[in-house]
Design a protein around this ligand. Structure first.
Ligand code: ADP
Length: 294
């Protein structure tokens, strides 16, 4: 059974007002336990709306969301529990830090979830801080004294500390410099490897998605445009461009070589894999297996 499923999901902002806006319509997706899903789409395609529906922050206009086969809105009073199971890190989550110390901020979620034993809570907080790459010495500081990247990591730690089964991150690297972006992305990958959690990553960066996702969900005007394995998605460079997206640069290179008549594979989207494919091609081997797994 899938961990999360949506059926004919629809969401409308400002229903019945002159500003009514259908943000999602007819969305059917299915996500298995342990998958790393990348979510891409142009601005306004419905990505944020979808992830807020998945963790029960927004309620669908129609259609359903199943977690472990159960409709999350079957008992509306229990919707809070869904938010512990499906943890959502918002865009610019640092604006949600509000306690006097980073430690207390990270403790907020798990305490609310019902973890009261001090030792257990302490362990959870330290593990979450480690996963997000936050130095222990920062735990007793005020969140306001942290750098931009550190604040972001503190906010991510706060959601990881709830030990959600699904971790959703909405543009977690937005506004960070390339080094900061790589660090956060690496931490998320490690977290997923070590915990086996299901992760959804919303990102504008095709390079980021290519590096980490098993499957990619492409949203377009509130609908699912494609949902497939990463290598299959980036083969559709032209189609992605038509809907305002672009494939990773390295994929563009291979698509262009193909267009120029070279007999190369086009399902190439990471640098390591590309090196193997390019070397084999130069040696005269046609469409070889390249550098192994991407
Ligand atoms: P994305 O995350 O892909 O940028 P969103 O889910 O934020 O897309 O937005 C989907 C659509 O819903 C867009 O047309 C957007 O303008 C609209 N929308 C988003 N939030 C609101 C809101 N609070 N009120 C009205 N319309 C909104």
């Amino acid at each position: 059974m899938a961990l999360i499923e949506t059926h004919d999901l629809r969401f409308v902002y400002g229903k019945g007002t002159p500003f009514e806006k259908v943000a999602l319509d007819g969305v059917d997706i299915s996500i298995n336990e342990g998958e790393f899903i990348g979510v891409i789409g142009h601005t306004g395609s419905g990505k944020s709306t979808l992830v807020q529906l998945l963790n029960g922050l927004l309620r669908p206009e129609s259609g359903s969301i199943l977690l472990d086969g159960k409709d999350i809105w079957a008992k509306p009073k229990k919707i809070r529990n869904v938010r512990f199971e499906v943890g959502l890190v918002f865009q610019y989550p640092e604006y949600q830090l509000f306690e006097e110390t980073v430690y207390k901020d990270i403790a907020f979620g798990p305490s609310n979830k019902g973890i009261k034993k001090k030792d257990e809570l302490d362990q959870i907080i330290r593990t979450a801080a480690e996963f997000s790459g936050l130095k222990e010495s920062l735990l007793e500081k005020s969140p306001f004294d942290l750098s931009g990247g550190e604040k972001r990591r503190a906010a991510i730690a706060g959601v990881i500390a709830m030990q959600p089964r699904v971790l959703i991150l909405d543009e977690p690297t937005a506004g960070l410099d390339p080094k900061g972006r790589d660090r956060i992305l690496d931490r998320i990958s490690t977290y997923r490897e070590k915990t086996g959690s299901t992760v959804l990553l919303v990102s504008h960066s095709m390079e980021d998605i290519a590096r980490v996702a098993d499957r990619v969900l492409v949203m377009n005007h509130g609908k699912v445009e494609m949902f497939d394995e990463t290598k299959n998605i980036f083969k559709h460079g032209e189609h992605l461009a038509e809907i305002g997206l672009r494939v990773p640069q390295i994929t563009q290179v291979f698509l262009e070589l193909k267009r120029l008549g070279a007999d190369v594979r086009t399902d190439v989207y990471t640098m390591d894999f590309a090196k193997g494919v390019a070397l084999d091609f130069l040696r005269g081997g046609e469409k070889s297996e390249g550098g192994g797994q991407q």
